[in-house]
Design a protein around this ligand. Sequence first.
Ligand code: BV8
Ligand code: ZN
Length: 254
Amino acid sequence: MTLTSQLEQAALWLRQARSVAVLTGAGISAESGVPTFRAPAGRAPTVREGVPPLWNNFRAEDLATPEAFQRDPLLVWQWYDWRRGLIAACKPNLGHFALAGLEDQKEDFTLITQNVDGLHNRAGSRKILKIHGDIWWVQCLSCHKVTSDFRVPLPALPPHCSCGGMLRPAIVWFGESLPLQTWNQAETAAQSCDLFLVAGTSAVVYPAASLAPLAKRHGARVIEINMEETPLSGAADISLRGPSGEILPALIAS
Ligand code: BV8
Ligand code: ZN
């Protein structure tokens, strides 16, 4: 099937679907200039390309862990501060806006995102399940209060809570459980939707990557949008190859 005929079939299924769930990954923000974590094979992830040498020899899996924060909170905060500064300069792209528009078209719509950049909010999406947290939120290690903090740059030393406790990014790190209520809502959406749309994820991080197979087992059609093949592509009913910033508007406008 050509991309055009695949797109027509996918657009028909999307029109017919009463209940839609979407899972997005870093790829949907790539066209906004936000680095992805794992690039297509053979290329270093963009989180390393063109970044200050300080970050060149670190992988996200090395810094986005409670152990890394325990060992060197300042280093981890500097990494997040660098990412926050970069994301603050980025804007939602047509893919984000298309999903915000789809939310208005469907009576039952759930957007599940692995992204922590906040671009779905800025594009106008409302019902967002942030299963990996939000880079613009911080959490106190002592009283566990979660608050927003949009300062760019952050203070030189890791910020502290009003109770005196140290603050950490309110982000789910590797080895940490996902927020239970949010995760349960994501699973429920995957189990009950007619159509599950996956855009811009390498489908290697769990349990997020288990949602599309879960939806399929419960009878949903699965459509994938990605620049490259992923471990999910074989199971998808349609796998659209191309940039989500172009494919999503075409899919939703048709
Ligand atoms: C959990 C926040 C257990 C951080 C993230 C060993 C030890 C411990 C755990 C594990 C282990 N082995 C496996 C695990 C589980 C682990 C895991 O899956 N690891 C992976 C690396 C194998 N998972 C966890 O640890 C999770 N927790 O399992 O808890 C537990 C259970 C009970 C009790 C206690 C504990 C927590 C996972 C969450 C980790 N945090 N993010 C931060 O952001 O700083 S994950 C991180 O990866 C990001 O959130 C990101 O969203 C996510 C997935 O990456 P993608 O979004 O897919 O991005 P990526 O760059 O990989 O791919 C981009 C894709 O887009 C590519 O395919 C590319 O082709 C495509 N693309 C690019 N441009 C475009 C495009 N597509 C379309 N258009 C374009 N223009
Ligand atoms: Zn506190």
